[in-house]
Design a protein around this ligand. Structure first.
Ligand code: SF4
Ligand code: SF4
Length: 188
């Protein structure tokens, strides 16, 4: 028997499939992704539940969930899926959609860390650990966090305040610009 999905339900699932490049509807709820996920016990919805909610068109429940912000992108789920659904990529897509559509982030420190991390690469051409730690701690108002550890690493020459310069910084910035255009167009 052929099932016809309601247009609203279908449109969210199809949008996610298009943006992520993954076939959401091939998931048959075996649960292998969740069984291997190291973060599942802390999540509001398990990875297989997120996929099911997407299939059912429950957009708000997915985009406002804690799960999408707790996912550590470790890709264990992706490796385990017998239907080759890249769940980690879908979680990434959900975070992008959630930010673009203005949903409140359930774990703001994760969003702040992601922004700081990407800005560090965009501005310096590579990750500058010291600047990342300082910028993140300022952004999250944890002014003295990691200070003792930072001091030790600095004295042992493991961290530098200036960081290393790289060549071709402009090429990295061009990648960010290109991604921004793709994301603005709803492409990935
Ligand atoms: S492992 Fe794949 S098929 Fe199984 S529930 Fe997870 S996404 Fe669906
Ligand atoms: S990528 Fe995310 S959802 Fe998948 S196993 Fe890792 S933490 Fe869990």
């Amino acid at each position: 028997m052929q099932y016809q999905l309601d247009a609203r339900v279908r449109s969210f699932g199809e949008t996610v499939s298009e943006l992520s490049g993954e076939d959401i509807y091939s998931c048959y709820q075996c649960g292998k992704c969740t069984a291997g996920c190291p973060v599942a016990p802390e999540m509001s919805h398990t990875p297989n539940q997120i996929i099911r909610l997407i299939q059912l068109g429950l957009k708000e429940e997915v985009l406002a969930s804690l799960t999408i912000w707790l996912c550590a992108s470790c890709e264990t789920c992706t490796t385990r899926c017998p239907k080759e659904v890249d769940i980690a990529k879908i979680m990434d897509t959900m975070r992008i959609m959630s930010v673009k559509e203005g949903y409140a982030c359930k774990e703001p420190t994760v969003l702040k860390f992601n922004e700081t991390f990407l800005n560090s690469i965009k501005n310096n051409g590579r990750l500058q650990e010291t600047r990342l730690a300082i910028a993140y701690n300022l952004k999250t108002k944890q002014f003295f966090k990691d200070m003792g550890l930072g001091q030790k690493l600095f004295l042992k020459g493991k961290m530098s305040f200036l960081g290393n310069k790289i060549q071709g910084k402009e090429a990295i910035q061009a990648i960010f610009e290109r991604s921004k255009v793709f994301l603005d167009k709803g492409e990935r």
